[in-house]
Design a protein around this ligand. Sequence first.
Ligand SMILES: C[S@@+](CC[C@H](N)C(=O)[O-])C[C@H]1O[C@@H](n2cnc3c(N)ncnc32)[C@H](O)[C@@H]1O
Length: 298
Amino acid sequence: MTLARSTAGHRRRTGLRAEVAAHPDPWRSVDAQPEAARLLESLEARGRTPSQIRLRRRFLRFVPIRAGQRVLEVGCGSGVVMRDLATLVGPRGAIVGVDPSQAALDVARALARHHPLRRRMRWRLAGGAALPFPANRFDAALAITVLLHVADPETVVREMVRVTRPGGRVGVQDQDFGTLAVTHPDRTLTDRIMWGVASHMYDEPFSGRRLPGLLRAVGLDDVRLSTEVFQDTTLEPFTKTFLERRADNAVRFGLVDPPTAQTWLDGFTELVSAGGFVLTFNYYGAVGVKPAAARARR
Ligand SMILES: C[S@@+](CC[C@H](N)C(=O)[O-])C[C@H]1O[C@@H](n2cnc3c(N)ncnc32)[C@H](O)[C@@H]1O
C-alpha cells in the first residue's frame, strides 16, 4: 500500500484552503471543515480497526455500562460508540448522543438506521460545555476521544457530572500522543513530524494521562484508570489516513517541505512491504463515581 499526501492536494484542487477554521484541530469545528465528510468517515474506519474494537469494548466493560441504563455520550461523532452502547443497555435502556457538529449527527442517525435498537437512541446538537439536560438525568456520561479536542476539558467534565445521577459514573477516554511509537528508518524526521504536529494541533497532547487527575479535581469518587494500547502492524486504512494527515499537517505547519513529507511516507511503505511496520499508542480511560453530596452542590 502506498501512502500519499492527499489532504493538501484535495484542498488545493477544491480551492477551500481559506475555509479551514482558525484553530488547527479540525475536530473543534467539524462543520467548518471542507473535509467534514472525510473526517467522519475516518471515525468509522477507526471504529472498524480490530484493535479499536477491542479497546472500546474493554473500556465500556470497565465503566461498566449495564443493561437498562440511560447513558449520555458527549461528542458522539458518527456514532461508533453509541451503537455499541445501545447493544449493551438493551431494549430497556436509552442512549443520548450530543455533538456540536450537525454533519456528525446526520451521519450518526443514518448509520444507526438499521441497528436493532435504533429506537433507544436519540441525538441533540450541543457542545459539552453546556449540556441541554437537567441535573441527575443519566446513569452514566461518557466522552471518548473528545476532551483532547475541547478548549476547556474541566468545564465539559463538570457538565457531565451535573447531568449524571448521584452514584452514577462519568467515564472519559483519550489518546496520549506522548506515548506514540512507530517504526521508521529516519527517527529524527519522524519525531519532528509526529511530535511537531501533535504539539501544534492540540492544546494538551498528553490529554490521556491527565484524565484521572481531572476526574478527581471535579470531585468524583473511586476514580480508576484503565490503559489500553492501540496497535497496528499492517497499516490498516485508519492508520494510513492518520499518517497521511500527519504528513499533510507537517507541511501546513511549516515543519517540513512537501518532498520531505512524501519521502517520510515512502519510508513506511517500504517497512510495510518488509513486514517491519509497528505503530502503537496508549488510550487512557478514567472512570469516577458521582458522590451523593454532589446533589447539594448544583
Ligand atoms: C474524534 S471525534 C470522537 C467521536 C466519537 N466519540 C468516537 O469515539 O468515535 C471528536 C468529536 O467531538 C466533537 N466535539 C468537538 N468539540 C466538542 C465539544 N466542545 N463538546 C462536545 N463534543 C465536541 C466533534 O464534533 C467530534 O464529533
